[in-house]
Write a protein that binds this ligand. Structure first.
Ligand code: IPE
Ligand code: IPE
Ligand code: MG
Length: 261
């Protein structure tokens, strides 16, 4: 009898992994904490910025695979509010990379049908980086295939503070009564108002924390932590994360039987 041993997932090719995905069970929105660039560079005796530069290749891979699979929203954590506490040389390097990426790749984003948007207190960015950000947001505004949201100068608590400020302002102007405030209403005041909550959150580099990312939105998101460093997280690694996601049972506080009835 011709019995083949079941193939280990690690031995499967990208095509085989893709074939194992259920197209009806793909997440609509994937969020990623892209961590481990510094360690990737240090392991090669390179400056940290070399890790950030290499990490851009992983971003390209995520965008192209999401487009191929029809995942509609991808949100990536590129720079946190707390990252302003890093050495100026690293911050300057990161802002330079952001400018370089947007200036060289916005046409590609347009060709691919990617809408680029940012969340966070982006007004804190250096003005030249901010100009590139605003230009890319403007020029991709009509793109519909993939909503790419880049969290820049982003903090989850700051987002909630900004939402509360907006709510109080509208209440003072009489546009809103305290009784009107419910969860969907609060959601309308978040930076992510136009996006569904993430279905899947990926964090690379082995850290198992949220680091102030999307605190409100992650309430029922499936969390996936991997030791892979961000510059090594490529198409294959995203496919593995998606396969694991598809094996999860999302209960949203219910019992399983009521989900299927
Ligand atoms: C993530 O990589 C990128 C940013 C936070 C900008 P890190 O720079 O945090 O890399 P590690 O965690 O030091 O390895
Ligand atoms: C989180 O990574 C922020 C980004 C990936 C942009 P950090 O490296 O800044 O997080 P901590 O310091 O390990 O929590
Ligand atoms: Mg880090």
């Amino acid at each position: 009898m011709d019995t083949q041993p079941p193939s280990r997932i690690d031995d499967l090719s990208e095509t085989e992994l893709t074939a194992k995905l259920d197209p009806d069970l793909l997440p609509k929105h994937v969020a990623i904490i892209m961590d481990g660039n510094g360690r990737w560079a240090e392991a090669r005796s390179l400056p940290r910025i070399a890790g950030h530069r290499e990490g851009i290749k992983s971003v390209r891979d995520m965008i192209s695979l999401c487009l191929e699979l029809g995942i509609q929203a991808l949100t990536i954590y590129a720079f946190s509010q707390e990252n302003w506490n890093r050495p100026t040389t690293e911050i300057d390097g990161l802002m330079g990379l952001l400018e370089h990426y947007l200036s060289t790749e916005r046409n590609k984003l347009i060709e691919q049908g990617v809408r680029f948007r940012t969340i966070g207190r982006t007004e804190a960015l250096p003005s030249s980086a901010l100009q590139w950000v605003r230009a890319a947001e403007r020029e991709t505004a009509r793109m519909e295939k993939l909503q790419l949201t880049v969290a820049l100068s982003y903090g989850g608590r700051a987002e909630i503070v900004d939402a509360v400020r907006g709510l109080v302002r509208d209440a003072q102007e009489g546009k809103l009564q305290p009784e009107d405030i419910d969860e969907p209403q609060i959601q309308q005041y978040l930076y992510t108002r136009s996006l569904p909550d993430p279905d899947l959150l990926i964090r690379t580099s082995g850290e198992t924390r949220i680091s102030n990312f999307l605190l409100w939105q992650l309430a029922y998101t499936e969390l996936y932590f991997t030791p892979t460093l961000w510059p090594d997280f490529r198409r294959r690694e995203l496919l593995l994360a998606l396969l694991e996601y598809q094996g999860r049972e999302r209960r949203f506080g219910r019992v399983f039987s009521s989900l299927s009835s």
